[in-house]
Design a binder for this molecule. Structure first.
Ligand code: ATP
Ligand code: MG
Length: 452
């Protein structure tokens, strides 16, 4: 999500423009003076600054000169009062990217912002990485958020290391995908060998990991290599490490420390030649305190730690992932989905995804299958996603029976906002975060006129 810093000493303009830009998917910070704006910018490094030229204290021009000394990249757009074009031109000479005049036309402004953003290198990420491997990764590993960019940078930096890795994150956040990327970047000669410790019965775990000799236990009819041997130079992915039984943890610790192991029923020592990557969705620190996980093993595997944030904490990734999955499942299902409608994206952006990316993937796969046009629309999403809105609706109107349609939810939200704001259209539009024009269209569409 692009971050905008809006600076103007007119409170009303600040409020209306902020609300309108937020409703179009920008993150907006507002400041009443250049001084306040400057300190906000130092803290958050916005992508765009929209600044009035005439401010009390430091002027917009002075702020522009100050910022351009150390930041040539931030997009700086000046807002001018009617008839002060000369000042705007001066500002352009000093390095402003564009100027707009009051009253601010939001549609026009958004167009200008898009153009300005496009002029800046849109693929900033690849510049930062200086690594061609990233291009390969980006095909299957989709991200737009700064949070994931930071993680990926670190993954690239440490890709050739042999240190053990711990990846943590809620279910469906992409821990296994990240582990595979680490392996691909490591250029190790062996394979990526995953083991899901949750899926192996406890009595077979040791043999699965280290292998066994024929006859070493009932049922061991042939000699078999374990995953630690099969991996042979590659990366061993110990998934759900938090589920490993306590007794087994001691054995694993010894193998990691001594870098050798034996098959069950054999004394022959085999050298461990693998990078160990562990993953878990449980809080291992807590398990250590509760004595469910060995502290010494925790420190052994936790040399490099990557914590993948849940999707709801990196919402910028949602539209990109949704588009990627729409494309993928459209091809798989031989459908011709060309887009995800704006309303659908809005709903996705406001949903918390307890199952993270896996849940988003399932939702989009289903939506592609049920879509009847070439775009994914809100009715193609599962009903459960609307429960939050439906709850609001129920709170506003009392209990409702039967199915609730999205339209009904919208109607009631608008009706309520109109009543609260005494049918003042401007105030109602602001409280709903939509433009006055959009509000009027909806009032007409649903016939929500004031009853005399
Ligand atoms: N950045 C991404 N880009 C594209 N697909 C992704 C991304 N992250 C995850 N996925 C997809 O989401 C699904 C879940 O990912 P993965 O299995 O890696 O999650 P996990 O964290 O290991 O989950 P669990 O804790 O349940 O094992 C997979 O289908 C994976 O391909
Ligand atoms: Mg997993």
């Amino acid at each position: 999500m692009k971050k905008i810093l809006l600076i103007d000493d007119e409170k009303n303009l600040l409020r209306t423009v902020s609300l309108n830009l937020s409703s179009r998917g920008f993150f907006v910070d507002a400041a009443l003076s250049a001084e306040e704006g400057f300190s906000l910018f130092n803290e958050k490094r916005h992508d765009i600054i929209l600044c009035d030229l005439k401010l009390q204290g430091i002027s917009g021009i002075d702020l522009l000169s100050k910022i351009r000394i150390f930041d040539k990249d931030v997009i700086f757009i000046v807002i001018t009062a009617f008839g002060t074009i000369k000042q705007a031109v001066d500002a352009m000479k000093l390095g402003a990217d564009d100027f707009i005049s009051k009253p601010v036309d939001i549609d026009g402004l958004v167009e200008n912002l898009k153009i300005a953003l496009q002029k800046r290198n849109p693929e900033k990420i690849s510049d930062d990485f200086h690594d061609e491997n990233i291009e390969k990764i980006k095909k299957d590993f989709i991200f737009k958020s700064n949070e994931m960019e930071e993680i990926l940078k670190e993954v690239v930096l440490t890709s050739k290391s042999v240190s053990n890795v711990l990846i943590t994150g809620e279910t469906g956040t992409g821990k296994e995908v990240l582990a595979k990327i680490m392996h691909a970047l490591s250029e190790r000669k062996g394979d990526f060998v995953p083991i899901n410790l949750n899926a192996i019965p406890i009595n077979l775990m040791e043999s699965e990991l280290f292998g066994h000799e024929k006859g070493s236990f009932t049922g061991a009819v042939v000699t078999q290599k374990g995953k630690f041997e099969i991996v042979n130079g590659g990366s061993l992915f110990l998934d759900e490490i938090g589920e490993m039984p306590f007794a087994m943890q001691a054995k694993l610790l010894r193998v990691i420390q001594e870098k050798e192991f034996s098959r069950l029923g054999s004394n022959l020592k085999i050298k461990l030649n693998a990078r160990i990557i562990c993953a878990t969705n449980v809080n291992l620190e807590e398990n250590v305190i509760e004595k469910k996980f060995r502290e010494d093993l925790f420190y052994r595997i936790n040399v490099l730690h990557f914590k993948i944030p849940p999707l709801r904490e990196r919402r910028d990734d949602i539209p990109a992932l949704a588009n990627y999955f729409a494309g993928k499942y459209s091809a798989v299902n031989k459908k011709n989905i060309k887009a995800i409608s704006k309303d659908t994206v809005n709903i996705l952006m406001n949903y918390d995804f307890p199952g993270n990316i896996r849940e988003l993937e399932n939702i989009i796969e289903r939506a592609v299958v049920v879509a009847t046009s070439d775009a994914i629309e809100p009715p193609n999403l599962p009903k459960t996603m609307f429960s939050k809105q439906i709850q609001t609706y129920k709170n506003l109107t009392g209990p409702a029976d039967g199915d609730i349609k999205l339209d009904e939810v919208e109607i009631n939200l608008i009706k309520n906002a109109l009543q609260k704001n005494n049918y003042n259209q401007t105030k109602t539009a602001i409280s709903l975060g939509i433009s006055r024009k959009q509000l009027i269209t909806k009032v007409k569409k649903y016939g929500l006129f004031r009853l005399k």
